[in-house]
Design a protein around this ligand. Sequence first.
Ligand SMILES: [Zn+2]
Length: 295
Amino acid sequence: MLRDTLTRRFALSFMAHPDDAEILCGGTLIRLASMVWQVHIVTTARGDCWSATLGPDEIAAIRLEEGRKAAQSIGARYHCLNIDDVCVTFCEQTSRLAIDLFRRIAPTLVFTHPRFHYMMDHEQTHLLARAATFSYPIPNASTIPLVEGTQVPWLYNVDPLEGLATVAAATTNDLPRSTYTVARPRTPPMCEPLTVLQGTGYLRPDGSKGVRNLVLVVYTVQCASHVAHAIADGESDTHVVGFPGCFDNQYAIRLLLALARHPNVGACLCVGLGCEYTQPKRLAETIAKSGRPAE
Ligand SMILES: [Zn+2]
């Protein structure tokens, strides 16, 4: 349907933090960029909180630069509303910022967080995205001139990690299977918390609570990916993730650790050759500190 009716192909990922787009809908954005969509990645927050060693401005500068480079790598543009982490709030001031940015980009396809999520910045960002999606084409909603082709865009809630999304919208062959992006059209918001409340929960040793009990097979170099997929093949609730390069990539390690220690993951098996920078044994030891069986 999109292919037949759209004349303007501008996709906008509107999420809270630098790295949210890469983790939550990176596959879809890569796919869209390869289909000659113009992709814009927006974060409402500047990533100033999440460092144990660096001050807010220092870490924010690093996170913003990472966001810019990640966008650049697929020919996308990165924008930030520069709100402090954990302080994203849906209010008149931030709503005007979001609407003005939408007005400049004039997206026809928007990705954002689900209405109900574990992180309040995500929920507030969802409200900003929803408000701007509906209102940015309204003539007097902003003083920024309307771009030709402006229309109310399709809005997707994206949540491949929490399992609230159900429909695979796009995938890419360039990423490990479980980092494929899952998105779905907007659904009645009240369905989401009810689904979670009625499901089975898993209390992890670190205090987090998952709604799934997945086994993660992690490969630490491309040469081990075939073995990892062979191990997981045919196994239910078993996902494969990994980093293909032999070289030092701290972002990849952080991402693998974040996925491995996600509340929905119950155990991990790390597979590698031993000649790569990311040592599977060390990775497993770090994961095991969260209380999960890992080897
Ligand atoms: Zn986030």
